[in-house]
Write a protein that binds this ligand. Structure first.
Ligand SMILES: Cc1ncc(C[n+]2csc(CCOP(=O)(O)OP(=O)(O)O)c2C)c(N)n1
Ligand SMILES: [Mg+2]
Length: 582
C-alpha cells in the first residue's frame, strides 16, 4: 500500500472510495461468471466466504477440502467453466490437493484458491501458523500455479487462472493468495480497472484441413471400423454433432465410462455389449476425446487382437497425446467440437456404411451377451447380489433419464457401469482416470448444485467412507441426493478372515451389519435399510420423487464380490504366499 493511501485511510476518508483484496477477489470471480465457491472456512479465508455470500455468490461449505475440491472439479466438467474451491493454508490446502491433481489427470477445469501464511516468515522458515510454501508444493500436481502479492494484481491473477484452467486441454490450476493480500486497500475506481474479463477463455482450436482429409481417408479404407467416445467428447458439449457423426458413418461405437449417454446406451450402433469383440477385431479405431491409457490397455496387447493389424485415428486437443502408447495413423489435433464438425462436412452426403458382415457379427455378439446378462439380472436374490440390486437401480434411471448418476467402489462401480444404461450426456460421473475413491459426495453435491437435477449416488461401503461425512452437507443444503450404499461389509468382499485367528478384523473388513442409513438420520435426512430388491426400489423411488436427502443401506451378500472388481489382474500377488498356500 502506498504511504499516501495509508495516510488517507488513517484520516478516515469515506470508506466507499476504497476497495480491498477480499472484494477484488469476489468482483473478479463474478465478472467472469463464476457464481459458486466450494469452500471450507478458516484463517485467512473465513471472511472471503462470508463476503462472497453477502455479495450474492453461492458459497457451499464442506466438512473436508477434498470433497469441496472434487465438487469444484466436477462443476468444471459439467459446465466447461472452472469450478472454484477455497481452502485455508497448509493442511486445508493439502487436503484439497488430491482433488486438484485428480482434476488435472481427468482434464476437468478447476481452480484451487488457498489462503497462505506470511511470505516473509514462510520463506525464512521461521515457523508461521500453518506455514508452507504452497506454490512450490502445488506446481507439479496441476496445470499451472500462480501467486498474487498485490491487490492490484488480483484481477490479472484470476484471469490467468481461468484461462489456464479451461483453454487447450482443461485441468487444475492453483492460485495462492497470502493472507495479507485480503486486507490491502486501493481506490474503488482503480480496483475496478484492475479487473480483467477473460474474453473467449477456451478459443476454438481448428484442425488442419489436411489432417481431416487424412483421417477420412483412413476411415474410408476401413473394413471393420470402430469409434471410441471418451469423457473428453462428453466435456465438449458437441452432443448433436457427435451423434450425427456416429449415425452418418454407421460405425459401431463404444463409450468410455463417463461418455455413456452421449448417445443413449440402447442405440443400435452401441457395441458396449460386444466390447472384447470390437477391440480385438476392428481394423480402424477412431478415438474421440479418449486416451489410450490403462483403461484401454494402452492400445496394445491381447485385448487389441493381432499386433500391428490396426490403425488409429485420434481426436484430441493436446498434440502430445498423439503416439503416447502406439502409432497414430491419423492424428487430429483440435477441439472436439471443431474436429467433429469438420469431419461431418468432409464426409459429404454419400458416405459408405461399414460392411454388413462387420455390423452383423457385432449384433450377434451383442445379442448373446445381453441375453446372458438378462439371466443374471432376472434373479431376485436375497440376500441381494450386485445384479439383483442393480437391476432395480437400472430401472430407476430408465424412468428418470435426466437424473445424474454418481458411482464409485470396486464391484459396485464395475457392475453398475455395465448394468445401468444412460440416456443423456454427462449424466454418469465416476472415479475417472485414476479410479480414485472419495469423489462420491463432492460430485453428488456439485452435480445437483450446478444442474438442478436430482442425483443418485451408488457407493461401495468403502468408497462411501472417504466422503461420507458430507451427508451433513447434503442435509444442510437440503439437496435432492439419494445415496445408496452397497454394504457388503468390506472392501471387495465382506468375508475376509484374519489368518492368525487373532481378534483384529482382516484388512479388507468393516463392522459387520453396519447401518449407514442411521448416519443421515442424525442430520435430519431419511435413512432406509433395504434387504430385498423390492425394498430397495420402493426406497429409491420415494427418495427420487421427494427430492429429500436420503441414504439407503443396501445389504449385499458379503460373499459375492471379486477382488478389485474387474481389474484384479492389476493386483500384484506374492509368489511366496501362493507357494505356501497361506
Ligand atoms: C483414494 C483411494 N484409496 C484407495 C483405493 C483402493 N480401492 C480401490 S476400490 C476400493 C474400495 C472397494 O470397496 P467398496 O467401495 O466397498 O466396493 P465393493 O467392491 O465392496 O463393492 C479401494 C479402497 C482407491 N482406489 N483410491
Ligand atoms: Mg464393499
Amino acid at each position: 500500500m502506498s504511504a499516501a493511501l495509508e495516510q488517507k485511510q488513517s484520516a478516515s476518508e469515506p470508506e466507499a472510495e476504497l476497495t480491498d483484496g477480499f472484494h477484488l477477489v469476489i468482483d473478479a470471480l463474478k465478472l467472469n461468471g463464476i457464481k459458486t465457491i466450494y469452500n471450507v472456512p478458516g484463517i485467512p479465508i473465513t471472511d472471503l466466504g462470508r463476503l462472497a455470500q453477502a455479495e450474492g455468490m453461492r458459497v457451499i461449505s464442506f466438512r473436508h477440502e477434498q470433497n469441496a475440491g472434487n465438487a469444484a472439479a466436477i462443476a468444471g466438467f459439467l459446465t466447461k467453466s472452472p469450478g472454484v474451491c477455497l481452502t485455508v493454508s497448509a493442511p486445508g490446502f493439502l487436503n484439497g490437493l488430491v482433488a486438484l491433481a485428480n482434476a488435472t489427470t481427468n482434464c476437468f477445469p478447476m481452480i484451487l484458491i488457498s489462503g497462505s501464511s506470511e511470505r516473509e516468515i514462510v520463506d525464512l522458515q521461521q515457523g508461521d501458523y500453518e506455514e508452507m510454501d504452497q506454490l512450490a508444493v502445488a506446481k507439479p500436481l496441476c496445470k499451472a500455479a500462480f501467486r498474487v502479492l498485490h491487490a492490484a494484481d488480483i484481477g490479472i491473477g484470476i484471469a490467468r487462472a481461468i484461462r489456464a484452467a479451461v483453454s487447450g486441454r482443461p485441468g487444475g490450476v492453483y492460485l495462492d493468495l497470502p493472507g495479507k493480500l485480503f486486507g490491502q486497500v486501493m481506490e474503488v475506481e482503480a480496483g475496478r480497472r484492475s479487473l480483467v474479463k477473460v474474453i473467449d477463455p477456451a478459443p476454438a482450436q481448428i484442425p488442419a484441413p489436411s489432417a481431416i482429409e487424412r483421417a477420412l481417408d483412413v476411415l474410408r479404407g476401413a473394413k471393420r471400423p470402430l469409434i471410441i467416445l471418451g469423457k473428453g467428447a462428453a466435456y465438449a458439449q458437441a452432443d448433436s454433432d457427435i451423434r450425427a457423426l456416429v449415425e452418418k458413418s454407421g460405425i459401431p461405437y463404444i463409450p468410455m465410462s463417463m461418455a455413456k449417454g452421449l448417445l443413449p446406451d440402447l442405440h443400435p450402433q452401441c457395441a458396449a455389449a460386444a466390447r472384447s469383440t470390437v477391440l480385438a477385431d476392428s481394423d480402424v479405431v477412431m478415438m474421440v476425446g479418449a486416451r489410450l491409457n490403462w483403461l484401454l490397455s494402452h492400445g496394445k496387447g491381447r485385448q487389441w487382437g493381432k499386433p500391428g493389424a490396426k490403425k488409429f485415428i485420434q481426436i484430441d486437443i493436446e498434440p502430445r497425446e498423439m503416439d503416447s502408447n502406439v502409432e497414430i495413423a491419423a492424428p487430429l489435433v483440435g477441439d472436439i467440437g471443431s474436429c467433429v464438425a469438420a469431419l461431418l462436412r468432409g464426409m459429404g452426403d454419400d458416405w459408405k456404411q461399414p460392411p454388413a458382415e462387420w455390423t452383423e457379427a457385432i449384433r450377434e455378439k451383442k445379442e448373446t451377451n445381453i441375453a446372458r446378462m438378462a439371466t443374471r439380472l432376472g434373479k431376485n436374490s436375497i440376500p441381494m447380489d450386485y445384479h439383483s440390486a442393480l437391476r432395480v437401480l437400472r430401472d430407476v434411471i430408465k424412468e428418470r433419464p435426466d437424473a445424474i448418476l454418481v458411482n464409485e467402489g470396486a464391484n459396485t462401480l464395475d457392475q453398475a457401469r455395465g448394468v445401468i444404461d444412460m440416456y443423456q450426456p454427462r449424466k454418469r460421473l465416476d472415479v475417472g482416470t485414476w479410479g480414485v475413491m472419495g469423489i462420491g459426495m463432492g460430485f453428488a453435491i456439485a452435480a445437483t448444485i450446478e444442474t438442478g437435477k436430482p442425483v443418485l449416488a451408488i457407493e461401495g461401503d468403502s468408497a462411501f467412507g472417504f466422503s461420507g461425512m458430507e451427508v451433513e452437507t447434503i442435509c444442510r443444503y437440503n439437496l435432492p441426493v439419494c445415496v445408496v450404499v452397497f454394504n457388503n461389509d468390506g472392501i471387495y468382499r465382506g468375508d475376509g478372515v484374519n489368518p492368525t485367528g487373532g481378534a483384529d478384523a482382516a484388512p479388507t473388513m468393516f463392522v459387520k451389519g453396519a447401518r449407514y442409513d442411521r448416519m443421515i438420520e442424525g442430520f435430519g435426512g431419511a435413512g432406509v435399510n433395504a434387504t430385498t430388491p423390492d425394498e430397495l426400489k420402493r426406497a429409491v423411488d420415494a427418495a427420487m420423487d421427494s427430492g429429500k436427502p436420503t441414504l439407503i443401506n443396501a445389504v449385499i451378500d458379503p460373499a459375492v464380490g471379486s477382488e478389485s472388481g474387474n481389474i484384479g489382474n492389476l493386483n500384484p500377488r506374492s509368489a511366496l504366499t501362493k507357494k505356501t498356500g497361506a
